[in-house]
Design a protein around this ligand. Structure first.
Ligand SMILES: *[C@@H]1O[C@H](CO)[C@@H](O)[C@H](O)[C@H]1NC(C)=O
Length: 165
């Protein structure tokens, strides 16, 4: 009886649909590369840039912040100093995408783009997966190392390595 219950619970569990919002396809980046984390927000033609607040956050660290129509980096985490950029032209059209240069292994994780403007507040989360190189020796003599980039998907419990597509 217990076994049946257990397998029933297990089957039901498999049938529970995962809400679309929780399926987060990570942005995969190789160490040392430059990437853009995208974030668009609702805006109206009459919105003033001076009333826009954009804060990119990683854990409790400020990655980049923009308000009063300029970058305000006093609170920026030293880990991101000189490596982040928002485009003022893009901000004016509802795009707060963040350019991050010189990607490091420690950048791996979840980012939040938090925007407030005359339309209200909107938040978007992005997973950045920093790929690592894994080498394996193959072939008859097992002497030729074959290296591939892999990344750990942080949204999967216990983590699992995926080959970037
Ligand atoms: C990343 O961007 C910086 C500054 O814009 C540039 O100097 C560098 O060559 C770029 N690196 C790569 C790997 O594209």
């Amino acid at each position: 009886m217990m076994r049946i219950m257990r397998s029933l619970i297990f089957s039901l569990h498999l049938l529970i649909p995962i809400p679309a919002a929780e399926i987060s396809v990570p942005v995969v980046a190789a160490p040392g590369s430059n990437i853009t984390l995208s974030c668009s927000f609702p805006r109206s033609e009459t919105d003033q840039l001076v009333n826009l607040i954009v804060v990119w956050v990683y854990g409790d660290e400020v990655v980049h912040s923009y308000y009063k129509a300029i970058d305000n980096l006093q609170e920026q985490s030293p880990a991101y100093r000189g490596r982040t950029q928002l485009s003022p032209d893009q901000l004016a059209v509802g795009d707060a995408s963040l350019r991050l240069t010189g990607v490091r292994a420690s950048d791996h994780g979840k980012y939040t783009c938090d925007v407030a403007n005359e339309q209200g507040r909107s938040k978007k989360q992005i997973i950045l997966a920093v790929a690592v190189t894994r080498c394996a020796c193959s072939g008859a003599k097992k002497t030729t190392p074959v290296c591939k980039l892999w990344y750990q998907h942080t949204t999967v419990k216990h983590g699992s390595l995926h080959e970037p597509s």
